[in-house]
Design a binder for this molecule. Sequence first.
Ligand code: HEC
Ligand code: HEC
Ligand code: HEC
Ligand code: HEC
Ligand code: HEC
Length: 489
Amino acid sequence: MTETPSWFQSRAAYGLLTAVVAAAAAGAAVLLVNISERKAEQRAPYLRVVDVGEDDVDAALWGQNWPAQYDGYKKTALRTSTRFGGHGGSEALPDEKIDRDPWLRRMFLGYAFSIDYRDRRGHAHMLDDQEQTERLTKPQSGSCLHCHAAVMPLYRELGDGDAMAGFAKSYTFSYQELNEKLHAMDKAHPVSCVDCHDPKSMGLRVTRPGFINGIRALAESDAPVPAMPSIEQWRQGDRKAPYQPNEDATRNEMRSFVCGQCHVEYYCSSKMPLTFPWGQGLTADQTEAFWDATTFPDGTAFSDFAHKETRAPVLKAQHPEFELWSQGIHARSGVACADCHMPYMREGASKISDHWVRSPLLNVNRACQTCHRTSEAELLARVDQIQSRNYELLQRGGVAIVDLIDTIVQAKAEGASDAELAPALALQRKAQWRLDFIAAENSMGFHAPQEAARVLGEATDYARQGQVSVLRRGAAATPAAGDAEGKAP
Ligand code: HEC
Ligand code: HEC
Ligand code: HEC
Ligand code: HEC
Ligand code: HEC
């Protein structure tokens, strides 16, 4: 992982050579100037056929300079499928998760995810899939585009040149308004080169305001982040300037941060700006604590929706890959998203990063065997064992949450009071959050197996505690079961 790609070395050599030639011609003073100029240029790879800049969101243009990376990028349009990864169903319509696991639909009743919630697929589809989802039959905010389009030119346009200001406004527009604006600017593209690379140096960088705000809040918290050494280091400094990922993070951290711009839990609606809930840390419990402490601008307590049947004010988790990864042994060992999802590959004489971002299980040789000297079959078997165990535990959680909802619904029909049901509704929120945190995470437990099992264990326990509290309602006040009020024991 710490290996330097060979194009980088040859650029350094080229830079030095050019500097030396220039110096021989023009003397020592020029040499100094040249070396420093060339040093700054070292990262500007090879011969550029075309100039690329901040507003060039069409990857095809960049492809003229970096054809091999562009070839990989284009392949994200291809279908991928593994036991739990990629997508089932047809190319036109990936499978509905809520049909495959009906307990998911039950959990989401009252929210747009109960209408349409499908398998993900490759990056090339992200904008189309968002434009087509039936979740848009409910009002959605312009913030949705943050992670489904190369959105930075639009943010600059909204903020008169200031992207952060434009982002801050974006949630107040409807999805349709901003989507139309994006198309009108002729900038409607999925995630593009410019979102992860500085067009001048080609160095990695993050662009997304949601991530920049979120990681800053994480740095300012005191949650341990062993997988992010630059944050630990920033905390020991004078903290005069906020943590800035593009300046403070190591190159290895950037190989995960670029993905953390989107593969994260978030809140997105027209009620408040897009928020990544990292101010108390990245675990399921810490992000829950953050939401529990959040209020909407009108002062009401935060929730994603009220469950249609029980009216519990619950949370909806979204793909917390970055968060779960941060709790695993790989993150702790310095293994980045790109190590497994964009492994190095040979391209003629040089080594490049595979820009066909997809399941590493389709690519065990390059994605895993560079570090693990174990056979491909054995590595696949280890992953399958982790994922199978996670899947079993998740399904048990699904049964438990349905039992809890059934029990609350029945108690309501029997006339149970709000006060009697309050503990069960609070436990429904806790249980659903944990179950969803692992269900919505896309590695089926692989990114941090033991943490995933812990969270699922808690989910089932909270669901069952909730059920018990309903079944025993009134028991404390009236010690004898089957008392005068006629409640079920
Ligand atoms: C040690 C290797 C490794 C690292 C590091 C890693 N992943 Fe994964 N990831 C996997 C494996 C294995 C799967 C399961 C793939 C499958 O089931 O086909 C997976 C699944 C996924 C999926 C679903 C893939 C699909 O085909 O549907 C996404 C999205 C994902 N990871 C994103 C990330 C992000 C973002 C990071 C960093 C924050 C990350 N991963 C770090 C190995 C890794
Ligand atoms: C701008 C937001 C954004 C960034 C940055 C981003 N992703 Fe994604 N990613 C998405 C979206 C959205 C999808 C789902 C697209 C769909 O289903 O149409 C996705 C899908 C995926 C998939 C599933 C692919 C498949 O074939 O099913 C993997 C794996 C993945 N991303 C990994 C990564 C990794 C690793 C990084 C960092 C190198 C990364 N992503 C960066 C938004 C992003
Ligand atoms: C913080 C980044 C982020 C934001 C904001 C975001 N998405 Fe996504 N979205 C993703 C990622 C990452 C995936 C792929 C992983 C997955 O499907 O779980 C995805 C997948 C999807 C998919 C394909 C799978 C599915 O869920 O059916 C749709 C459709 C979608 N998003 C719609 C939306 C809509 C509508 C909004 C606004 C309410 C939105 N997204 C906001 C990151 C984001
Ligand atoms: C989601 C983020 C992301 C996107 C989008 C992306 N890249 Fe990259 N790119 C990476 C990562 C991660 C690396 C590895 C960098 C490192 O290790 O320092 C990389 C490396 C590179 C390199 C250095 C050589 C190599 O392959 O390691 C070039 C050149 C490059 N990308 C070009 C492109 C081009 C051209 C596009 C658009 C077609 C693109 N990238 C889109 C994340 C991205
Ligand atoms: C850049 C190096 C690197 C890559 C790439 C990598 N791993 Fe690992 N893996 C590690 C390290 C380091 C550990 C921790 C082992 C230790 O410290 O003894 C580990 C641990 C594991 C474990 C044990 C997990 C646990 O929770 O105990 C499994 C299983 C595993 N890796 C599978 C994979 C698979 C599958 C892939 C490819 C998708 C992969 N690894 C890619 C370095 C890597």
